[in-house]
Design a binder for this molecule. Sequence first.
Ligand code: NAP
Length: 468
Amino acid sequence: MPIATVNPATGETLETFTPHTAEEVEIALTRASEAFAVHRLTSFDERAALLRAAADALESELEDTARTMTVEMGKPLAQARGEVAKCVKAMRWYAERAESLLADEHPKPADVADSGGVDAYVRYRPLGPVLAVMPWNFPLWQVVRFAAPALMAGNTALLKHASNVPQTALLLEQVFTRAGYRPGCFQTLLIPSSGVDAVIRDPRVAAVTLTGSEGAGRSVAAVAGDEVKKTVLELGGSDPFLVLPSADVRRAAEVAVTARVQNNGQSCIAAKRFIVHREVYQEFADAFTARMSALRVGDPLLAETEVGPLATEQGRDELEELVQDALRLGAEARCGGRRPADLPQGWFYEPTVLAGVTPEMRVHHEECFGPVATLYQVDSLEEAVRLANDTPFGLSSNAWTQDPEEQRVLVRDLEAGAVFFNGMTASHPALPFGGVKRSGYGRELSAQGIREFCNVTTVWHGPAGGRD
Ligand code: NAP
């Protein structure tokens, strides 16, 4: 894929970028390693001041940054503004809390008394330059939720962003530079995915994080495994959205629409499979379908637009194939199921609700990365859980029920990295984010996230030793 900005609302190529040469990548790696040697020695106060300055710089560029994202990948402008604001908040959150999240941990003296030492504790030290391979769907947020904790921990960052969001990637590098980070602390590498292996294998790179598809994750983890380097993988999802008899059905249907079509349906934690108890199925299905078919699809720069285009032509074509496969095998399109006739240019797709989905259909097992929902009717909580877990993915899950016993069972049995009750899944700096099964491993955000790229160092003092 060429590194280029192509407006998905029109299909027009706006700007192409020359990939960095091997020499330029070499210079960046040296810089990342030299910057690490200095950055790792800075105090938390110094790092916090830099990250706060980056938050201020990003905030002052909110409108331009939001527009750049919308033009590069098609998310409605209001959602792009929200993404920038969320990044600013997360930067400030980590600037404020990193020191306490990474404070030395002392086990209870009684627990280590028989270790023979007079003191023992854990210190979280940085690892080195970390490579981040990132996707286009939340082109700012995915990077910031890695970079803010990584920089606060004392690491340096190398970003290989998706090839269709180069301007957003360069903009972010400028934000960190303007904030006063020394050269090499945060760098964007304009390289194709074929150039990633060599960067992972470079001895100066300590670890890799990837957010993206299963195929990319598999490939990156294989190379990193061969080099014995730590990885975090945030991959795809096909989150279930359970609606049980005690739910507020009207509210569930309203939130279901946002949960499915936010970011034009291209979110890993979007609710994708709607599993509804027979007692409330008709009411939910009717309200959900009515709301999905009323969504305004169009130019993402216009304030009234609720659903913009898919980010790439290939993404739109793949979504269309999934729907066609389901319809051919007997699914019913309660709404949508086609490209909008009034938007012949760009990569639009109508918000779609598919009912009557069966396991033979690809859409039952594969991730639907666009505004397409699948609807299932079940007779019991057990059946709902079975269906929810009948997927290779395990990122998050949503359940609508007021019943404490049902909630207890769902927390125990849903195979996912999160369970959200009576609301939709959303990431928050204070809450760990990540999945199980084919959705990946490791966690971002919270204390867990900042510790992923740390050397968890055991320090032990013998009876004769001095203290550090
Ligand atoms: P993608 O094709 O996997 O691309 C993601 C990144 O990986 C891009 O930078 C891409 O570079 C690079 N890449 C692709 N193949 C690679 C390979 N073989 N080796 C090294 N790097 C490679 O994914 P996408 O289509 O952009 O994003 C959509 C996917 O990301 C969905 O499955 C979605 O669910 C998932 N996602 C997960 C999370 C999460 O937190 N779990 C969040 C957001 C998205 P190029 O662009 O140059 O190909």
